[in-house]
Unconditional design. Structure first.
Length: 213
């Protein structure tokens, strides 16, 4: 009777001796794959950052005014010589841009009190608003210049109705520039220089009545 030969001892020992090498090879394989994956990830990430950096820069984000009050003072006139404030409600705003835009729209609509009138020409519209680095640039329709009637007082009241209403209600704004139909103008009627940004003019403000009066 033939007996089944036993496997050579040296074959079993060879298999055992190769087992650590398999572990080492497998570990090296996974290490290479992992490092390769990390290289691809950071390469793509760096490429994305470079791509975004090549885009045109966006305008600076307007600071959040989470506690901005809804009530604002809009400046009209009662006597044609000075600006008189009228308190109005506007929608709560999340940014200086939104707040300034709401102020301009309310200002163009005109006063609620019959004792006041708007120094802005009839039919004027706000075509655009730009806010950056504390400066507001407001673009008006042609009526701002073509519809203005009167002398130097009319021009002063018209312009500073806009400037004071923005700057005295938006703490982040420091100056206002005025455009007409998208173009810079030197003046509206020949009296006030509009070639440079303007700041508030407090000398044109009528005194506010005391609440107890």
């Amino acid at each position: 009777m033939n007996e089944t030969p036993s496997p050579p001892v040296n074959s079993v020992e060879g298999s055992r001796s190769r087992a650590p090498w398999r572990v080492i090879v497998a570990s090296f394989f996974f290490l290479v794959v992992g490092l390769g994956g990390m290289w691809v990830y950071y390469t793509l990430k760096e490429g994305t950052a470079v791509g975004l950096g090549a885009l045109e820069p966006l305008p600076p984000a307007a600071p959040i005014e989470s506690l901005a009050p809804n009530r604002v003072r809009l400046f009209y006139t009662s006597d044609g010589a000075l600006l008189a404030p009228e308190m109005q409600e506007i929608a709560r705003s999340a940014s200086t841009y939104e707040r300034a835009s709401a102020i301009l729209q309310a200002l163009v609509r005109g006063p609620r009190s019959s004792a006041l009138r708007s120094p802005l020409p009839r039919g004027v519209k706000v075509r655009g608003l730009y806010v950056a680095d504390g400066a507001a640039t407001v673009d008006f329709s042609a009526e701002l210049r073509n519809g203005l009637r009167g002398g130097s007082s009319a021009e002063l009241l018209c312009v500073y109705s806009i400037v004071n209403s923005l700057l005295l209600n938006c703490s982040d704004l420091r100056s206002v520039a005025v455009l007409v139909e998208g173009q810079p103008v030197e003046t509206l009627s020949g009296y006030l220089d509009l070639s440079v940004p303007l700041v508030e003019n407090l000398t044109l403000l009528a005194s506010e009545p005391n609440p107890g009066d």
